[in-house]
Write a protein that binds this ligand. Structure first.
Ligand SMILES: NC(=O)c1ccc[n+]([C@@H]2O[C@H](COP(=O)([O-])OP(=O)(O)OC[C@H]3O[C@@H](n4cnc5c(N)ncnc54)[C@H](OP(=O)(O)O)[C@@H]3O)[C@@H](O)[C@H]2O)c1
Length: 299
């Protein structure tokens, strides 16, 4: 297949490109820095600098839409919220406009979303049928999904990737946590009762491939491991795998003071379960957090 990937230069995108190339697919990556695409995504991967370069005569068999400004990196000023919105919702609207006007439409669009779709939901186990939350991440994910679903009217199969916390060797959440934990400065966040719906990168990529191939797959998919952990459990498990203590607590008031509204990403959570993909027969390789962490950290 010839696959167009937005956000292909990112943490998930690069790993996905590696696997798709090994599977023999031809890849084109949309990037604001097209010159960096072969180095980041693999030799032979083509680059699009802008969606304007996708003329109606050009065809892709599938589109994977992962682009988005990092959500946790900067304080959520109105300007930052607009950038987060534009890089996901507006970009997806433009992408879908290209898809629906292409002479040969792609058969499938796999489009990004996040478990933040559900908002803060306490201890309730959430399958894909659960409704959306009302905070900023939930509204962002809801609009991002709605923009992608417009492609269905043109006969394109659309899957929405409600992505959990992707654990990877390279960077992301685990990369950020590693140094303090290795130094014995690991800490629980707030009361530690908030759920963290995590997924091993290998499972994430394998799930994407399975959704790409499965002609019956459509609609939202929780891209998470079947055993989410509370922040308290996550902290204790990472500390145990690293053989380090994690005696500290970062108080909720401090995180709110330093991070503002985006502290909700660390202090609130949702217990998300991958019901649909498991029902479709996908078997998760890393269901237990300790196994995933041991694999990723070579322990
Ligand atoms: N990693 C996670 O744990 C996680 C969890 C939930 C949801 N997600 C979502 O999954 C997607 C991929 O995650 P990731 O961790 O791989 O993200 P990432 O490493 O931050 O990469 C995101 C990619 O999006 C592109 N991008 C950033 N800002 C953009 C903008 N203003 N306009 C157009 N493109 C822009 C960048 O490509 P260029 O610089 O090449 O243009 C970048 O490579 C993101 O949308 C993220 O919100 C990730």
């Amino acid at each position: 297949m010839h696959i167009l990937i937005t956000g292909g230069t990112g943490l998930i995108g690069r790993q996905l490109c590696k696997t798709l190339l090994a599977d023999g697919h031809v890849l084109t990556v949309l990037s604001r820095n097209p010159d960096t695409v072969p180095a980041k995504c693999g030799a032979g991967v083509r680059a699009l600098a802008s969606l304007d370069e996708w003329q109606p005569g050009r065809s892709f068999d599938a589109v994977i839409n992962l682009a988005g400004e990092p959500i946790v990196d900067a304080r959520w000023t109105e300007q930052r919220k607009q950038a987060l919105w534009n890089s996901r919702v507006t970009l997806t609207e433009n992408l879908v406009q290209r898809i629906t006007t292409a002479q040969h439409k792609p058969g499938v669009l796999l489009s990004g979303s996040a478990v933040g779709y559900y908002g803060d939901r306490g201890d309730a186990g959430l399958g894909e049928a659960a409704g959306p939350g009302a905070d900023f991440p939930a509204r962002l994910c809801n609009a991002w999904e709605a923009a992608a679903l417009v492609a269905e009217a043109s006969g394109v199969r659309v899957c929405l990737l409600r992505t959990g916390l992707v654990l990877s060797r390279q960077a992301g959440l685990l990369g950020r946590m590693l140094l303090p934990f290795k130094l014995g400065l690991g800490a629980r966040l707030g009361d530690g009762k908030q759920w963290m719906s995590w997924i091993h990168m290998d499972d994430y990529v394998a799930m994407v491939l399975s959704l790409l191939r499965d002609a019956q797959a459509r609609g939202p998919y929780n891209m998470t491991a079947p055993q989410p952990a509370t922040n308290r459990e996550f902290t204790a498990t990472l500390a145990k795998v690293l053989h380090r203590p994690a005696p500290f607590i970062v108080p909720a008031w401090f995180l709110k003071f330093v991070m503002g509204e985006r502290a909700c990403l660390l202090l609130e959570g949702q217990k998300v379960l991958p019901q649909k993909i498991e029902s479709a027969g996908y078997r998760v390789a890393f269901a237990k957090l300790a196994d995933a962490l041991r694999d990723l950290l070579g322990k």
